[in-house]
Write a protein that binds this ligand. Sequence first.
Ligand SMILES: Nc1ncnc2c1ncn2[C@@H]1O[C@H](COP(=O)(O)OS(=O)(=O)O)[C@@H](OP(=O)(O)O)[C@H]1O
Ligand SMILES: Nc1ncnc2c1ncn2[C@@H]1O[C@H](COP(=O)(O)OP(=O)(O)O)[C@@H](O)[C@H]1O
Length: 270
Amino acid sequence: MTIAAKISLIFTSSPTVHAPPTKQRFAKCLRKTTLALTPVKSTDASKTLSHTVDATVKPDQHAFPNGSGLHANVVWHKCSVEKNDRQELLNQKGCVIWITGLSGSGKSTVACALTRALHARGKLTYILDGDTVRHGLNCDLTFKAEDRTENIRRIGEVAKLFANAGVICIASVVSPYRKDRDACRSILPDGDFIEVFMDIPLCVCEARNPKGLYKLARAGKIKGFTGIDDPYEAPLNSEIVIQQGEVCPPPEAMAEIVISYLEAKVYLHA
Ligand SMILES: Nc1ncnc2c1ncn2[C@@H]1O[C@H](COP(=O)(O)OS(=O)(=O)O)[C@@H](OP(=O)(O)O)[C@H]1O
Ligand SMILES: Nc1ncnc2c1ncn2[C@@H]1O[C@H](COP(=O)(O)OP(=O)(O)O)[C@@H](O)[C@H]1O
């Protein structure tokens, strides 16, 4: 039997708790601290020492956009519960479905239909929508080229964490620049970045104009609007291209195209 030490620190209330931590106060606090070691049964010895620091594993180059490359004082923390374990728990494989396209092309609508359909099948998903993420994590970023790049880099990194958690992460972002999308692809394991190109003509998106932004952009009231006076670089090798014929297929049908791909590539099982 393996014995793991379960350490619980029980702090008794102390009037010094909010005071600056002088040496004496720290010692007093420690005296009031009970350290209890409780044996815990474990059936898997390899899972007991669950946290190791591996200085040989280096973080991704992309984690340091200032070009400094690897940070000398940063080490990789490895835990014995790994991606495979989480995937088995969820009976699915973590991946990133990256939906790119013009504003109004239907990214958010497909993302939502896809999440609904997968959820109904018992699959765990999470949507990172450009509009939503720009309200929080990326609220400091504008639509200048370098800010869009940073927006996509951060969303790519967050999506990577979700995928590593075993989640099917759906990013729905304009992501107009090819190099930025390719950078996100490059930080994920092969196959785990699934690019879905909403290949809907500008005139259709503009006619939809659900937020009134195209009208403002045409009137010159919004500068640098994608498709109007800022470029959209269409993907060259997307895993999935969604197009419309005479009429636009319903979002549910578009979601099914993505689900068929996930099934074929065995992402819906551990
Ligand atoms: N200048 C400009 N260009 C494009 N889009 C603009 C712009 N200004 C505001 N918006 C609104 O912001 C949404 C796009 O945000 P993203 O984070 O996806 O954009 S990007 O990937 O950083 O280019 C986008 O949302 P969607 O319509 O859902 O695509 C727009 O509503
Ligand atoms: N498959 C579709 N068929 C018809 N209209 C659609 C379809 N998908 C989206 N729309 C409509 O197009 C508009 C823009 O959709 P949205 O998902 O917000 O696009 P995006 O996220 O790319 O800006 C919305 O009014 C939405 O109802």
